[in-house]
Design a protein around this ligand. Structure first.
Ligand SMILES: C[S@@+](CC[C@H](N)C(=O)[O-])C[C@H]1O[C@@H](n2cnc3c(N)ncnc32)[C@H](O)[C@@H]1O
Length: 204
């Protein structure tokens, strides 16, 4: 219909899912997952309640799964009293736990068979993953030390044609400085939506 734009089904599934990923950023991730999955695994580090998982997993065909790595215990800013704390994320013991919300939200989007949640730290997951990573979305702890550690841990798994997406570039110190580091090391800019910057390693 002229003048009307029909939101895709996966975009409608984002409605009501808490998080900070904008629709433009979600569309970029969806597009990159659709493009990259034939070359290897799609991974997100930092899943929270499922926004980025819905964006990426909905682009995968039957038989492919997004690897969603998260402690599901929240980043420093998600803890009680901190800037991004949400009281609904507390479990019965008073700890932040977003795994149930992640499973609920991805399930409601019809994506239970397209996501594989790994409840562990980024570095633990990087030590266990088998196979080449074609798309790596980094959106976990935003300190410079943590993002640097994520990149160091996952780098050796990257397919030569992989794409690395950093979220919160320009907004948080860690991703912003790490993006500058990667560009200085020869990574090239592929695309950007909002604070999500997509980079590609220099071909060997
Ligand atoms: C900003 S949220 C992720 C948002 C998510 N990508 C979305 O689209 O809604 C950051 C997440 O990173 C997780 N996290 C923080 N440090 C981590 C670590 N070292 N390893 C794994 N997950 C971590 C937190 O538990 C939190 O759920």
């Amino acid at each position: 219909m002229a003048g009307h734009w029909m939101a895709a089904k996966w975009e409608k599934s984002l409605k009501g899912v808490p998080g900070w990923l904008t629709i433009e950023e979600a569309r970029l991730l969806h597009h990159l997952a659709a493009r990259q999955h034939p070359a290897g695994i799609c991974v997100e580090v930092g899943a929270y309640q499922g926004r980025s998982a819905i964006a990426m997993a909905s682009a995968l065909p039957e038989g492919h799964r997004l690897l969603s790595v998260d402690t599901f215990a929240g980043s420093p800013e998600h803890q009680p009293g901190e800037s991004h704390f949400d009281p609904t994320t507390l479990d019965i013991a008073g700890s932040v736990d977003t795994l149930a919300a992640f499973l609920h939200n991805t399930g409601r989007a019809g994506l239970s068979t397209r996501v594989e949640p790994w409840r562990m730290t980024s570095t633990e997951a990087a030590g266990r993953v088998a196979g080449k990573v074609a798309l790596l979305f980094l959106d976990a702890d935003h300190s410079y030390a943590a993002v640097s550690a994520d990149i160091a841990a996952w780098r050796r798994h990257l397919h030569p044609g992989a794409i690395v997406v950093l979220h919160d570039v320009g907004d948080w110190e860690g991703p912003t400085r790490c993006a500058a580091d990667l560009l200085a090391q020869g990574f090239t800019r592929v695309d950007q939506a909002g604070s999500a910057l997509a980079l590609r390693p220099t071909p060997a």
